[in-house]
Each structure stands twice: as C-alpha cells, then as structure tokens.
Design a protein around this ligand. Structure first.
Ligand SMILES: C[S@@+](CC[C@H](N)C(=O)[O-])C[C@H]1O[C@@H](n2cnc3c(N)ncnc32)[C@H](O)[C@@H]1O
Length: 204
C-alpha cells in the first residue's frame, strides 16, 4: 500500500525541484490577460509556484510537508509569495483568480476529500479558473488501505457541474513515478472557469 510519508515526499522534491511547470497550469495561467492572485495547493518543490511568480502572479503556496515549505520559502520574491504549512483540509482560503492543485488533492483521505475540494472551489473568484488533478479508480495505488482518494470521471464531472469546463480528460497509461518506479496511472485533469451565478459553489 502506497501511503506516502515525509521521507517519500522528500525524495519526490529532490526529483522534481527545478522541473518545468505542468502544462495545464501554464494553460490555465494563459487564460488571463494579466497576472492576479493564485493559490497553489500541495505546491511541493514549487515548479508551478515558481512559474507563476516568474509571470508576475501573487502566490499563496500551501503544503503539509515541512521540507516543501522550506523549499518554497526559498523561491521568493517575498513580497509576492506567501507560504503556508498546512494540510489542505485545514487551510482556510481567501479568494483567488487562479486555484491550482496538480497531483496533490488525491492525497487527502476520502473522509475529508469532498469538503476540501468544495472549499477550494468556493475560493475561486467569479471569472477565475481552477486547474486540478484527480486520480481515477484504475490507478495502481487504488488498493485497500490506501489513504488516497480516487474519483471516477463521472464524479469529477458532477463536482464541476455549472462550471465552464475547458478541459476534463482522463489519461490512463503505464508510466513511471517522479522517482523512477513503474506505475499504472489513471489521472483526471480538469481546467474549469468559474462564472457568476453558477451552480455547485458553496456560498460564503
Ligand atoms: C505528488 S506531490 C505534487 C507536488 C506539486 N504540485 C507538483 O506537481 O510537483 C504532492 C504534494 O502534496 C503534498 N500533500 C500531500 N498531502 C497533502 C495534504 N493533505 N495537504 C496539503 N498538501 C499535501 C505533498 O507534501 C506534496 O508536496
């Protein structure tokens, strides 16, 4: 059973530090005429946070891992970067133009998953964008005892009911992990825009 601990994440950070940002984060950022406020949830070694900062965004980077927080604090510039050490489940968001969570939300256990996703969705300003990754049910890590949340494509579609869905794709393939192990991946990628008056957004 793959239940990653701090040591596992530290190996992941060593492998991904300085890697380019995820394409879908760059695509989501490119939907704006000018940079604004972004939230990067489970920011890790900071590939997406660094990209956003380089492109003029103000970024709040949240991660549960002390090692991640240390790396994130080193990215700077301090006047546009706020780093918060917190599990996503306990983080009280403000509101943002862009909410990004690449390969992080599935590591929230099922009992708190939906409430956390809803809270993050509610933190997207009208006209804002959310870019997020889910793990599908055929992912190799989906075995009894895993404290990871797997969601079907149908469930993800329901989560984004009422959003302007720009992309919602499931990619299932044999590949490798960041640290080099073989893995069968089932990943659902979402880029969605929030509009005023849409359904499915909790009212403050
Ligand atoms: C696979 S890494 C992805 C990191 C980064 N988003 C990237 O794509 O490179 C998952 C990240 O989520 C963080 N994480 C895991 N569980 C978390 C939780 N419950 N709340 C916040 N962060 C969490 C880990 O510390 C790690 O940095």
């Amino acid at each position: 059973v793959f239940n990653p601990d701090e040591q596992v994440w530290e190996r992941f950070f060593a492998a991904t530090r300085g890697q380019p940002a995820w394409g879908r984060l760059m695509k989501a950022a490119s939907m704006f005429d000018q940079p604004g406020d972004a939230l990067d949830v489970g920011a890790g070694a900071g590939r997406d946070t660094a990209y956003l900062l380089e492109h003029g965004w103000r970024v709040t980077a949240v991660d549960a891992s002390p090692a991640a927080v240390k790396l994130l604090r080193g990215i700077g510039p301090e006047d546009r970067l706020r780093v918060v050490r917190s599990p996503a489940e306990d983080f009280e968001p403000e509101t943002y133009d862009l909410v990004n969570a690449q390969f992080s939300l599935p590591f929230i256990a099922p009992a708190r998953f939906v409430a956390t996703v809803s809270r993050l969705q509610g933190a997207v300003r009208p006209g804002g964008v959310m870019a997020v990754t889910f793990f599908g049910p055929r992912d190799e890590w989906n075995v009894p005892g895993a404290e990871i949340t797997f969601t079907t494509k149908d469930e993800v579609e329901r989560l984004f009911d009422g959003w302007h869905v720009v992309e919602l794709t499931e990619v299932e393939q044999d590949g490798t992990t960041a640290t080099g192990g073989a893995k069968h991946w089932d990943v659902i990628h979402v880029i969605a825009g929030s509009g005023p008056g849409r359904k499915g957004r909790p009212r403050a």
